[in-house]
Ligand binder design. Structure first.
Ligand SMILES: [Zn+2]
Length: 148
């Protein structure tokens, strides 16, 4: 079974406005760190990850330049309205083997947000299939372009 990093940070649903506590968001990414155990991190905590681990865990939209903050887009589900949501997770460079988890916030998957991010969830196909709509029609070609 894949090891998981759980990100403990409260999030707000953009669809219904519900607030999810840090345990309720179930925001997580698989295969992000080297330790075989699953772990939980709060903002400010250190992760044993380098660029290789980000590559393994996410699809790469563009490579981080130097020591800039890494921004990854990951999905979570609102427990109240059950809509899929996106969170932007920010990581700060510490050294080549470590990044610090800085923050997580709910974002809409707009072209601007996608362009600003370095990595996006590997479970994109599922989200694309279940969320047809105008926004997706703008975002999907951009993601495909960035991944190609
Ligand atoms: Zn909701």
């Amino acid at each position: 079974m894949a090891h998981i990093v759980w990100f403990l940070a409260p999030l707000t649903c953009l669809h219904c406005g519900a607030h999810a506590g840090e345990q309720e968001t179930r925001l997580h990414t698989s295969d992000l760190h080297r330790d075989p155990e699953s772990i939980s991190v709060r903002p400010g905590e250190l992760l044993e990850v380098g660029l290789q681990e980000f590559d393994d865990a996410y699809l790469k939209l563009r490579a981080p330049v130097g020591t800039e903050d890494v921004r990854a887009l990951e999905q979570w589900g609102c427990r109240v309205c059950h809509w899929a949501q996106w969170a932007r997770i920010v990581f700060r460079y510490v050294d080549s083997e470590h990044y610090r988890f800085i923050s997580a916030e709910t974002v809409a998957l707009t072209p601007e947000v996608v362009r600003d991010a370095h990595f996006i969830s590997r479970h994109l196909d599922w989200w694309v299939e279940t969320h047809p709509g105008e926004e997706l029609e703008r975002v999907r070609p951009l993601i495909k372009h960035l991944l190609s």
